[in-house]
Design a protein around this ligand. Structure first.
Ligand SMILES: CSC[C@H]1O[C@H](OP(=O)(O)O)[C@H](O)[C@@H]1O
Length: 365
């Protein structure tokens, strides 16, 4: 996407050919800064501290992290060490596991002196594939928005949760890709942006993206979404996913399940948008089996923001000494999902619907 008229991807090879540049998302929305990753340890730290975040982007960063590791130690033990280190950073987004397993399998078939170059090339191919997948998700999802706008004869109000925009992928995004494609095609669309406590990816990142692209939007408190749906202010919900099971259960940022419940109760269509690399074909019961990351209590007890004089401050917002729980994701059962928008089209949120889009998986089912 463009920032100040300049096209960017969230991650790209550095001119030195031996490192990568990423957008430091912990500095947004008040500062747009790039950060160079030159080692697998730096790539792991960037994922762990959410300098880069979002399931597809985490996967691509893992792939580049493995490539950086091959410049340090291209042995089989080096592959195993890097996969373990990068794989341990965040447990929920399946894209990370998919990318690491995919690149590691390719590398193990190569002589050691070819591994660094091949890993960089494959990470770049995965990044390009993500851009194409997300662009296709945008096209399929934009048709849904266009149909709703035509049927209602007015601007369509979309509610989204967390950030599943181009900052969560290499470019275009997943839940926001249809909004960009529809907006650019002249379809009247407005977005209700859940702030998404505790890390405020909506208020900080989705709002930043939509401002930069000129998409009409309104930031709301997480708890306002159900009320807006009850009063007919929301026409459709689009969310991303960190892992979706073969049966259509959608794991996404904490709070997504509550929005899906409100959407069902108020008759608002609820879609998840995700590329093939987000589907975990080994699982059928997401609530039971998807590992939910528990993040640091400090994300809940403290807030960092900009002061009136342009400086920054971190303040405590919870009664000192109170215990804190901070699960980072929840799982929306397939029965609450209207449809799943992928790069191959829109599927019913069930096993047959997904296999219809990915028939090659039928043999393995
Ligand atoms: C397109 S995946 C976006 C997905 O990832 C986010 O999680 P996090 O910011 O913790 O990496 C959130 O669940 C988004 O929906």
């Amino acid at each position: 996407m463009k920032i100040g008229g300049q096209p960017y991807r969230t991650i790209f090879p550095d001119a030195d050919g031996a490192s990568v540049q990423v957008i430091d998302q912990t500095r947004l929305p008040f500062a747009f800064e790039l950060k160079r990753l030159a080692t697998s340890a730096q790539a792991a730290e960037a994922i762990r501290t959410m300098i880069v975040r979002g399931a597809p982007l985490i996967g691509v960063t893992g792939a580049y992290g493995l490539a950086l590791a091959m410049r340090e130690d291209a042995s089989n033990a080096g592959i195993d060490r890097a996969v373990a280190e990068l794989g341990a950073t965040r447990p929920t987004a399946i894209n990370l596991r998919w990318a690491l397993d995919h690149v590691a399998a390719l590398l193990r078939r190569l002589p050691e002196d070819e591994r660094a170059g091949a890993a960089f090339a494959e990470a770049g191919r995965i990044a390009d594939e993500d851009v194409a997948s997300c662009r296709a998700i945008g096209e399929h999802g934009a048709r849904i928005l266009s149909q709703h706008a035509a049927a209602k004869g007015r601007r369509i109000n979309v509610l989204t949760h967390c950030n599943a925009g181009w900052l969560a992928t290499v470019d275009w995004g997943t839940a926001l890709a249809p909004i960009y494609v529809a907006h650019d095609a002249g379809v009247p669309v407005h977005v209700y942006v859940d702030e998404t406590r505790p890390r405020n990816q909506g208020a900080a990142l989705t709002a930043f993206e939509l401002n930069a692209h000129g998409v009409p939007h309104t930031v709301i408190a997480d708890n306002a979404g159900g009320h807006l749906m009850q009063h007919g202010e929301v026409d459709i919900c689009f969310v991303g996913s960190d892992r979706t099971t073969a049966s259509g259960d959608v794991c996404n940022k904490i709070g997504t399940y509550l929005k899906a419940l409100a959407a069902r109760d108020t008759g608002v269509p609820f879609y998840a948008a995700l590329p093939f690399s987000t589907i975990d074909w080994t699982l059928m019961d997401g609530v039971r089996d998807i590992p939910i990351e528990e993040r640091d209590a400090r994300e809940v007890t403290h807030l960092t923001g900009r002061l009136a004089d342009g400086g920054f401050a971190t303040v405590e917002v919870v009664s000192p000494g109170s215990p804190v729980a901070n699960p980072a994701f929840d799982v929306t059962p397939a029965r609450l999902v209207t449809g799943i928008i992928t790069e191959r089209g829109v599927a019913r949120a069930d096993a047959e619907g997904l296999l219809g889009l990915y028939p090659e998986r039928r043999a393995a089912a």
